[in-house]
Write a protein that binds this ligand. Structure first.
Ligand SMILES: NC(=O)C1=CN([C@@H]2O[C@H](COP(=O)(O)OP(=O)(O)OC[C@H]3O[C@@H](n4cnc5c(N)ncnc54)[C@H](O)[C@@H]3O)[C@@H](O)[C@H]2O)C=CC1
Ligand SMILES: O=C(O)[C@@H]1CCC=N1
Length: 271
């Protein structure tokens, strides 16, 4: 199965890195990427062939992965419009409807919309997938195989829910790193050096996530188990509540969901 990526930035690197780690041959992967520096990096790191524009070899594939920013997707698809045969097209762009992508491709219908996340780079991604009703089981299996190579997959049966997937697991690593930054800064405030602050932060997140994964208990219950009455954790959590941290995070995720829907309307509208 030959795969062509349109766009060779962060996410394409994460997906290609994951596929290569899974033993997927570099010969089967090609990338269309206008930036010379990014092309060189991809070739040096993963041994994949890169071209600056869509040429005949880029079209000679079974699967296309659309990995450009939503704002440049329409422009990036112009060289592909009307030139596709039976290829499966997988879009990983936030906030772009399959109907719009299909139209920009000249009414192509074998489309799957996915929302991966950056832990894909270490094989620990989570991808939400939605398939156009015209995609058969074989097509779905192809998408599952590619995204499944870099982590877990979750099929969504309503495309409108893909913005919510983006707001939770797509953008989620950004929120987690933000919380990690906060804990790291707190450790610095309390007098630890940078390396120790990082170690304590990373291990605490890893340990807590691992515990949540293995435990049958809810995360709320796990939190309660750390929180002794009148103790230190309670002092911190009371302070978070007084500052509205929980509500602020929920409002933040809602803002991400809303932004996905805005992008959808803004970028999907006809000229
Ligand atoms: N970064 C993330 O955590 C996630 C991003 N996404 C989605 O993945 C897509 C890509 O995001 P990133 O990789 O973060 O962006 P990026 O900016 O790192 O990569 C996009 C690449 O596309 C290239 N490009 C620009 N115009 C092009 C064209 N006409 N033809 C081919 N390539 C072109 C750029 O040079 C750049 O290297 C976006 O649509 C985003 O919504 C999805 C899930 C997570
Ligand atoms: O911030 C963004 O728009 C992209 C989509 C999910 C993660 N990064």
């Amino acid at each position: 199965m030959k795969i062509t990526f349109i766009g060779g930035g962060n996410m394409a690197n994460a997906l290609i890195g994951g596929l290569r780690q899974q033993g997927y041959s570099a010969v089967g992967i090609q990338v269309v990427e206008p930036m010379e520096e990014s092309r060189d990096r991809l070739t040096e790191t993963y041994g994949v062939r890169c071209t600056p524009i869509v040429d005949a070899s880029a079209l000679n594939c079974e699967v296309l992965v659309l990995a450009v920013k939503p704002q440049v997707m329409r422009e990036a698809l112009k060289p592909l419009a009307g030139k596709l045969g039976n290829q499966m097209v997988i879009s990983i762009a936030a906030g772009l409807r399959l109907a719009d992508i299909s139209r920009w491709l000249g009414n192509h219908s074998r489309l799957v919309r996915c929302m991966p996340n950056t832990p894909a780079l270490i094989g620990a991604g989570l991808t939400g997938l939605y398939a156009d009703p015209s995609v058969d089981r074989e097509g779905q299996a192809v998408a599952e195989k590619i995204l499944g190579a870099v982590g877990r997959t979750l099929w969504i049966d309503d495309e409108a829910k893909m913005d919510a997937v983006t707001a939770i697991s797509g953008s989620g690593p950004g929120y987690v790193f933000y919380l990690m930054e906060a804990l790291e800064n707190a450790a610095l405030d309390l007098g630890f050096d940078a390396a120790t602050a990082r170690l304590m932060t990373v291990e605490t997140f890893l340990g807590a996530a691992g515990l949540a994964e293995q435990s049958p208990e809810s995360v709320g219950m796990l939190r309660q188990r750390v929180t002794s009455k009148g103790g230190t954790t309670e002092a911190a959590l009371n302070s978070f509540e007084a500052d509205g941290v929980m509500a602020a995070i929920r409002r933040g995720a809602a803002a991400a969901d809303q932004r996905g829907r805005e992008l959808c309307e803004l970028l999907g509208a006809d000229d």
